[in-house]
Design a protein around this ligand. Structure first.
Ligand SMILES: Cc1cc2nc3c(=O)[nH]c(=O)nc-3n(C[C@H](O)[C@H](O)[C@H](O)COP(=O)(O)OP(=O)(O)OC[C@H]3O[C@@H](n4cnc5c(N)ncnc54)[C@H](O)[C@@H]3O)c2cc1C
Length: 468
């Protein structure tokens, strides 16, 4: 393994998510120089993004600055830059700084953990009408949109128009879709009714679409059945075996067991699919291997890229042992890769990566969740307590853990209010202008199509690129 001019081994880590941050931390005190490059300045705890989107948590609590997390790690530095090239021959990472300048970052060991992005299953034009949720900006955008629709319902005098503003359609009933639908229902049916005078927010329609025959497709049938029942008790319309086929700024057309139906809806949210970061495909092409259907790069049992022992790929963008695209594989692979790098420098062998399955869980709404851990299936309040414990435990930083517990106590248990409901006229104007053409140009641009994306939208076989 090579060394830098300073005599230290240079490790470049691309991505400060669950995978990249854990590699960086595992290298604390190692005799290496770590450069952590991310196009965001924070480590995002994605499992709680839906709470930002529904006004429960402020973004800062789930997105601490990478710089602050690593401040005591003397061998690590953080760069805010967008990685655009991985030159495996020259061993150089090419990244753009915020002012556009190109940074060339030479490495001895490269770790790429750039995560995943939305997949619209080949219908990328839908991104304009149904935004997804992957970043803090996405969640804030959704929150602004949801809150603006309630404001418009208060202003509207025509009952049909008001009903339209109060119709929310969530596409995809994986954990993220279930959690979002549940929180929108709580907002509309429990939190907001007394805040509005003309609009009866209890009349809000929340529709959850799922292409498969059950909600939470990867979960056990008992947990799926419980979740569906709870969602329906919360007033959510759950539509199974139903695909979103078309959308515009005012409506969504769905195809279900009863045929085609167009639903007028002020808000449509995409929670249906993911595909690996484009860096996975780039890395695969440069290494001469084939990315899988979800755009992930296959890696060896030690998380290295085939033919390149000095390059590691992990987390959502890598395919290893059919592990799902959730936090635990990324965290465990991150810790493992840090150990491999240290072992190599010390001339030691590391056994292949072994995944320890800690189970899965999802919240449905107030005091209600489902959990499947170590073969035990738990529903209701006990699952909710487990969910709280696990999520607080995995948040970075004690300040954020305490802040989150305090905010939950206030928002969910004591006042039943939401403390993060700030929108201004201009934001609301942008949000609703899209729903009322002729308007200003939409603010969001659809991402580029995945070359091998599928024809159908939700309902496609669920495995690698499954929605969270
Ligand atoms: C809404 C939502 C809810 C979820 N809920 C859960 C849950 O409840 N439980 C669970 O286990 N999992 C959940 N997940 C999945 C989990 O968050 C991911 O599996 C996990 O974050 C993957 O970690 P990662 O390190 O591979 O990628 P990420 O955590 O996504 O990190 C990737 C990092 O790379 C950076 N990056 C990307 N491209 C570039 C580039 N070109 N240049 C520089 N930096 C770049 C990004 O900014 C990001 O910081 C959820 C995901 C989402 C989106």
């Amino acid at each position: 393994m090579g060394v830098s001019e300073t005599g230290r081994h240079r490790v470049i880590v691309v991505g400060g998510g669950f995978g990249g941050l854990n590699v960086t931390r595992a290298l604390d005190r190692a005799d290496v120089d770590v450069t952590l490059v991310d196009r965001a300045n924070h480590h995002l705890f994605q499992p709680l993004l839906y709470q930002v989107a529904t006004g429960i948590l402020p973004p800062g609590l789930i997105a601490p600055a990478l710089r602050s997390i690593t401040k005591r790690q003397r061998n690590a530095r953080v760069l805010l830059a967008d990685v655009q090239d991985l030159d495996l021959d020259r061993r150089v990472v090419g990244a753009r700084a915020p002012d556009g300048r190109l940074l060339e970052l030479p490495y001895d060991t490269l770790v790429v953990a750039a995560g995943a992005t939305h997949s619209y299953f080949g219908k990328d034009q839908l991104a304009e009408f149904a935004p997804g949720m992957k970043t803090v900006e996405d969640a804030r955008y959704l929150r602004d949109g949801i809150l603006a629709k309630f404001e418009m319902a208060e202003i509207a005098t025509d009952p049909a128009e008001r009903a339209e503003w109060l119709t929310f359609v969530v596409v995809g009933a994986g954990p993220t879709g279930v959690e979002l639908a549940g929180q929108i229902a709580e907002l509309a049916h429990t939190v907001l009714p007394r805040d509005y005078r003309s609009a009866d927010t209890r009349q809000a329609r929340i529709i959850l679409l799922e292409g498969a025959g059950a909600v939470l497709p990867p979960f056990a049938p008992k947990l799926q059945a419980y979740t569906k029942k709870r969602l329906e008790q919360m007033g959510i319309e759950v539509r199974l075996n139903t695909l979103a086929v078309e959308m515009d700024h005012q409506s969504i057309t769905v195809k279900g067991p009863d045929g085609l139906e167009t639903i007028r809806a002020g808000t449509r949210i995409w929670a249906a699919g993911v595909q690996a970061s484009p860096l996975a495909r780039m890395l695969a092409e440069k290494a001469g291997v084939e990315a899988d259907r979800a755009g992930r790069i296959p890696v060896g049992p030690d998380c290295t890229v085939p033919g390149h022992p000095e390059v590691f790929a992990l987390g959502d963008m890598a395919s290893l042992d059919k592990l799902p695209g959730v936090a635990q594989p990324a965290i465990q692979e991150g810790k493992y890769v840090g150990k491999v790098i240290k072992d190599r420098l010390a001339g030691r062998q590391t056994p292949p990566f072994k995944y320890f399955d800690k189970g899965t869980m999802a919240t449905i709404g107030y005091r209600s969740a489902v959990a499947d851990a170590f073969g035990v299936k738990v529903t209701g309040f006990l699952a909710y307590v487990m969910w709280i414990f696990i999520h607080v435990l995995y948040l970075a930083d004690w300040g954020n853990r305490l802040g989150t517990l305090y905010t939950w106590a206030r928002a969910l248990w004591l006042s039943k209010n939401r403390g993060n409901r700030i929108i201004a006229f201009e934001t609301a104007r942008q949000e609703v202008a899209e729903a009322r053409p002729p308007t200003i140009l939409p603010r969001r641009i659809a991402p580029t199509a995945a070359p091998d994306a599928e024809e159908a939208i939700p309902g496609a076989p669920r495995e690698a690129g499954d929605a969270r």
